[in-house]
Design a protein around this ligand. Sequence first.
Ligand code: PBG
Ligand code: ZN
Length: 359
Amino acid sequence: MTTATKTDSQTIAGNQDSCTQTNQVTTEQQKNSASTKGLLLRPRRLRSSANLRSMVRESHLRLESLINPFFIVEGSNRKIKIDPMPGVFQMSIDQALFEIEKTANKGIKAILLFGIPEEKDSQATAAWQENGVVQNAIREIKKRFPELIVIADTCLCEYMDHGHCGIVDQNKIINDPSVALLARAAQAQAQAGADMVAPSDMMDGTVGAIREALDKAGYTDIPIMAYSAKFSSALYGPFIVAAQSAPQFGDRKTYQMDPANGLEALREIELDIAAGADIVMVKPALSYLDIICQAREMTKLPIAAYNVSGEYAMVKAAAAQGWIDEKRVVLETLTGIVRAGANLIITYHANDVADWLIN
Ligand code: PBG
Ligand code: ZN
C-alpha cells in the first residue's frame, strides 16, 4: 500500500515536471536506497562550496539578456514619478538621455521605448507621424548612443483617446484597419532609426503586415520582436498608470489572451514565426514560465520574456517594507525566467541587476 502510494505520487510529479524531461528518478532512487553500503548518490557533494556550486550552475543571468524599458513624454526637463513603480519615471527626451547613458554605461545593450503623447486621438496619430514622441526620441538617442540597440514598442493604446490597442468602431476593436495603422507606426519607427520594432497590440496578422511594410520601405534588416503570447493580465496595472493608457470602456480581453490557455499561446507563437517574427515573446513572465518552457521546445528563435510592471511593483512594495531581500528575490526570479528558456528579459530591474551582476 505504501509502495503504491509512492509510485502514484512519483508518476504525477513526473508528469508535472518540466515540459519534456522524462522521469528517471524512480530507478535512481531505488538503486540508492537498495545499496548495502549506505547512500551512493549524494547530490549535496556538488553543493559543498561556492566555487563548486558555480562550476555546476546550469543557468546564467547575463547582462546581454537585459532590456530596459523607458517611458518618454513630450516637452523638456520633465521627470515624473510613477507611484506604483518606484525608481521608474516618465521622462522627456533630455532627461531620458541622462538615464539611458547610465544604462548604456552599465553594459546593458538594449532599451525599449514607450511614448506618451500630449495629444491622443481616435487614429493614434502620434504613433505613426514623423514627429511623434517616440520617433523624436529614437532620433536623439541614436545620435548620442549609436551602438545601443533601440527597440520601439509598436502599439496604439498610448496614442488613442480611448486607450485601446486598435481602432474602435461601435465599441468594438476592429482588426484589419488597426493592423494597417500598426504597420505604419512600425515604418515610422524604423524611419526614425529604431533598431528593432516590437508589436504589442495582439491583433491578428500584425507581424506579417509589419514585415511587409518594412520590407517595402527598404528596412529588410530591421528585426521584429513579436509580443506573441501576451496574456490579458492584471499585472499590467502599474504600466497602465505609467503609460496613461487605461481603456475608456471595456477591457483588452477580445485581443489579449485568456491566462488559462497554453495551447493557444503556442499557436500564437507559431503564427508569428510563420509571419516572419525574429524573436517571440511571452508576457507576463512569472505566471507563464510553462509557456516559456514549451516555446523553447517548439522554436529555435530567441525567446523574450517580459517581467512586467506588476511583477516589479510587488517586489518593490515588499522590499520597501523590509519583508524580502530585493536583490536575492530579483536575481532568483530572473534566473528562473532564464532557466525556463528565455534568452532575453525585459525588466524594470535592469539597471539594478547590471550593478549586482558586476559586483
Ligand atoms: C500596451 C502594453 C502594455 C504593456 C506593454 N505594452 C499594457 C497592456 O497591454 O495593457 C504592459 C507592460 C508592463 O506591465 O510592464 N500594448
Ligand atoms: Zn497597446
